[in-house]
Structures are given as C-alpha cells and as structure tokens.
Ligand binder design. Sequence first.
Ligand code: NIG
Ligand code: FE
Length: 409
Amino acid sequence: MSTARQLWRGAHLVTLQGQQGWGLMEDAALITEGDQIAWLGPQSALGQGGSAELLRDLHVECELGGALVTPGLIDCHTHLVYGGERSTEFEMRLQGARYEDIARAGGGIRSSVSATRAASETTLLEQARARALALMDEGLCTLEVKSGYGLSLEDEAKSLTVARQLAELGLTVRTTYLGAHALPPEFEGRQDDYVQAVCDWMPQLQQRGLVDAVDAFCEGIGFTPAQTQRVFEAARALGLPVKLHAEQLSDQGGTELACSFGALSCDHLEHLSPAGIAAMAASGTVAVMLPGAYYFLRDTHLPPIAALREAGVPMAVSTDHNPGTSPVLSLLLMLNMACTLFRLTPEEALRGMTVHAAQALGLGDRGRLQVGQRADLCIWDAQHPRELAYYFGRNPLRLSVLGGQPRQR
Ligand code: NIG
Ligand code: FE
C-alpha cells in the first residue's frame, strides 16, 4: 500500500467527533498517509515551529479554498445487485394495488428473483456498477450490498460475487447474506424447508468469502420471528453478525429478537414498539432509517424517531436501493428526506450516513474525521454542512477521496 503523504489545506472540516455537534474546524488542514488520516488541525499550526516533521515527505499539497470536508458517505443498506426493474408494479400501485398484495400474487421480490436468476454475472455487474457509480458521484465511499434476489445457493453466490467485484471501483464493499428475503417458487408450501436451506448454504457462502453479515425479512409477507431465529442461530454458530428488516409493515417483535442476538442494526422500523426501542437501546443496535422506501410506498406510518432519539438509539440513514420499494440512487436526497419526512436534524442525517452507518456495518475505522481513521473524504462546494440536507436535486460534491486516493472521474 502506498504511504504517500498528502496535505489538504484551506479546509472547513466537519469532523463529527464526539457524540453531538458538527465538530467544525475552520481554516484547517488535514494530512493523509497511505489510506489513513495522519493529522488534522488548524492551518496556523503548520507554520509554527515543530511543524517540519508534519510537513516532511509530502507527496501532494492541495489548497481547498475553504471547501467543506466531511467523512466519506456510507450507504449501509442496499439491494444493489438485481436483474430487471419493476416500473410496472409502480404503475399498479398508482392504480391502487398494495405492495403486500402484489407480493402475495407472485410479483414483488419474486419477479426480481426470476430476472436475477436469468441474468449473467456480467450483466448483473454492468448494471450494479452503473448504480454504484451514480452513488459515488454523490460521495459514496463505503457500500453495503445484500443478496436476496437469487434465493438458491448458486444465485445467491452469483449476486454476492458481483457485489464483491464492485470494490474494483475503489470503494469498500460489505456484503450481507439475505437468503431469508422471500420464498422462492420451488419451495412453495415448504417455508421451513427453505429456512433450513438458507441455513445450510450459509457456511458454504462464508467459506467462499462472500458474507460479512446475515439479514432476514421478518414480516407477514416474509419470515416469522421463529424462522428468523433459526437463521440467526446459524449465523451465530459461524460467528457472523446479524441485521434485520424489522417492523416495516407491521410489528412482529423482530427487533427484540434481533437485539437478543446483539444485532448490528434493525432497519425500517415504521411499526417499532416501545419494547423494541428499549431492546435496541440496551443492545446498542443501530436504527437504520430508510426514507426512500417510506416515500415510494407512500407510507404514512412514521418510525418513532422522537422516542428513538430520547432512548439514545443511534440512527443511520440509507437508500435501501432496490427495484421494488426504493429505486433511488441519490444519497443527498435521502439526507433531505430524512429531515423533511422523518424530522431528523441535518446533523443527525449526516451522522446517519457516516458515523452511525459505519456502526451499522460494524466498521470502527471510519465515519469521522479523526487521526487513525480511514482517509475516506468528501470535499463539497458548500459553506455549512446543513446545506447537504437542504438542497435537493443539486450536487455540490467537488471530489471524493477513497482510502487516501482522490477519485478520478
Ligand atoms: O428493504 N422489505 C424487503 N426488502 C426490500 C424490498 C425488496 C423488494 O421489493 O424488491 C426493502 O424494502
Ligand atoms: Fe431493504
């Protein structure tokens, strides 16, 4: 790995250090060494005695002219790899059909499963790459991708392999095995057998280096808490962390179950109960807010944001990019919707796509501007970080830096 040292001066740093506040440092500078942040502080410190050591071996020096620098953005919940698209379902829903009814009639996730199975690895990669690039244009540096549109050992492996290949773009990719997403047609009427298969495939996928975490869809149209528990037990036996699509359409008590397994995150949470909130606070589980799905399903049942905040549960914000409920490819729009729809503050929204998103992925090495953290940076043409959530349909990103390397476009 290159250990080149780079100096970024004239920066307005948004460090997000500490539990609260933006952690702003105006007239600041930052030095990266290899893929890490080696130093940050007031620019004036560079001219003082003792700064010679700091300034040694600088490979590049870049004047930012007061541009805003935030930690690189992290999308901690996506279903980015799939074949086909579902715009006909969008039309059906506009005519009054419900998401659950389309799913029960064999559409929904299952229609994406057919298209994903039919697609070659090359086609899936080409399409997923275009989506990832769109997200990177708005500052994406770390991406989580779930499987769940393959639903057979080979098709899940194919999807996860494609997800891993996205790392060629320079970003960090974390993969989540979501075999328990929907029941594939060949298991019709045999849901418990399918859950067993999901558990049996897990060690094989793990041995192929394809699994960082395990997720499930615990819902009336998904899997029961008892079935979810079996999947989580299999994950625990392999030392894999768990996450859950929980309480999106109804309260199933999935959150309490996930928290009893020390889940990294519970995601969606529109129907989360007070008991679920207490469980999350006790287990330190991150609540992942997905305003894109809420908006696109025209949901009106808000997640209990104020109670989560009150209980001190860390909140992340993510796209949930998927062809059915959230075909969005804009991180900045999600920051805006987290505020307009869910009433997060702009600071909570940005923390949700940096510090808390990292926590939802179990990554302690990123999410803040701090010495020793990974040098994933976003450089924005903006005066104040709240502007990132304020505008929508405008992209102020000047440059992203991935592991110390400026992204070439
Ligand atoms: O996160 N809720 C389940 N999974 C996805 C939707 C998947 C789909 O409809 O294709 C979600 O919203
Ligand atoms: Fe999802």
